[in-house]
Design a protein around this ligand. Structure first.
Ligand code: NIG
Ligand code: FE
Length: 389
């Protein structure tokens, strides 16, 4: 079954053989989707016949957003913590414990329902690929459960048992790391593609460089690939550890030394920036311009979670990146699509070249620029010829 999409006023392909500029843009375009993949891209006037036809009426079409960092399996609510932060309370990860309590107490069906609602919310804003982490269970059974539920909605599942040290292990970080790298990893690994760790010596709740190295090493030995929560609250060891170990992504990258920037620019680790976190914790934004000018690959993601940032909106992150982080609209859109794909080591999403998954986002606007130009306006949605995975 093939579908011809016509009337595309502006098509972002992220394929330089198909269009111009950083985003491979072409105007007055059409594309054919066949069997869930892009089969043809060209001028509307050359469009071939297909079984079905969708006319988008001059709107812009782009690759669906690739949200490479989220925490969607949780229960509870931390609106009061957010409100306190807006009055000057700092964020240090301590509130995670309250989400852990609520998540442990929730039934599978309650978690599944919340997850499904969030996934629908993402898709309604143009996201077609999402990574989902565990990290609010922090027992063997609760972490395995979170990943089992996450695997029902995405193949991009990440074991984050090393999110924080749970209250029952207070003062016994080594014992908790032994649990994470032993029985918890064994129970989680069948449902996970990735392993992650909150490497943040500046937080009394998270993990230092040595513990992070232990966690990541064990994960790799169990067949998982690596990602790291790095340098969110301070210029700690996370970024350089991520690059040294060949992690796919170092996420946050808010506080970077010159050595961190050099490491990201010379290695294969993507710098994933999460500007919704700085918005929601009233913190200084990461310097995307510095990373791009140094030659690093940059991704944008939401970090959607109940504590540090409860947005599911990639367009909001794009607008923040342009307004606050020195990115051009084209760079921000590239980071939210191709950048996210690179952070997940995916070549089938994040672009619309022939053979790519037909994951399309359509804007109620004539150009990708409107994603930053019209902040807060619900312009983007996934076009229903693909599915969220
Ligand atoms: O990516 N930094 C650690 N973890 C999450 C926040 C989790 C929470 O506060 O609930 C983050 O910001
Ligand atoms: Fe996170």
């Amino acid at each position: 079954m093939s579908t011809l999409v016509t009337g595309i006023g502006e098509l972002v392909t992220n394929d330089l053989s198909l269009g111009s500029g950083l985003l491979g843009v072409r105007t007055d375009a059409a594309l054919v989707v066949d069997g869930g993949t892009v089969a043809w891209v060209g001028d509307g006037s050359d469009a071939p016949a297909a079984d079905d036809r969708v006319d988008v009426g001059g709107r812009a079409v782009l690759p669906g957003f690739v949200d490479s960092h989220s925490h969607l399996v949780f229960a509870g609510d931390r609106a009061a913590e957010f409100e306190a932060r807006m009055s000057g309370e700092p964020y240090d990860g301590g509130g995670i414990a309250s989400t852990v309590r609520a998540t442990r107490a929730a039934s599978d069906d309650e978690l599944r329902l919340r997850l499904a609602r969030l996934v629908a919310e993402l898709r309604a804003q143009g996201t077609t690929t999402v990574e989902v982490k565990s990290g609010y269970g922090l027992t063997v059974d609760d972490e395995a459960r979170a990943l089992r539920l996450a695997a029902e909605v995405t193949g991009e599942t990440t074991f984050l048992g090393a999110h924080v040290v749970p209250p029952e292990y207070a003062g016994r970080t080594d014992d908790y790391v032994a649990l994470v790298t032993g029985p918890m990893l064994a129970a989680a690994a069948p449902f996970a593609r990735w392993i992650d760790v909150f490497c943040e010596p500046a937080s009394p709740h998270a993990f230092d460089g040595a513990a992070a190295r232990t966690v990541l090493g064990a994960g790799r030995a169990a067949g998982l690939d690596l990602r790291v929560h790095a340098n969110q609250l301070s210029a700690g060891p996370g970024v350089r550890l991520a690059v040294e170990l060949g992690a796919a992504s170092a996420d946050h990258c808010t506080h970077l030394t010159d050595a961190d920037v050099d490491a990201l620019a010379s290695g294969s680790t993507v710098a994933t920036l999460l500007p919704g976190v700085e918005f929601s914790t009233r913190s200084p934004y990461p310097d995307a311009r510095r990373l791009l000018d140094a030659g690093a690959t940059v991704a944008l993601a939401t970090d959607c979670n109940p504590g540090s940032c409860f947005t599911s909106s990639m367009p909001f992150c794009i607008a923040l990146a342009v307004r606050e982080m020195g990115m051009t609209p084209a760079e921000a859109v590239a980071a939210a699509t191709a950048g996210g794909a690179a952070a997940l080591r995916r070549t089938d999403v994040g672009h619309l070249g022939v053979g790519a998954r037909a994951d399309l986002a359509v804007l109620d606007a004539p150009s990708y620029r409107h994603l930053a130009y019209r902040p807060g306006v619900p312009l983007a949605r996934a076009l229903d010829v693909g599915s969220l995975t």
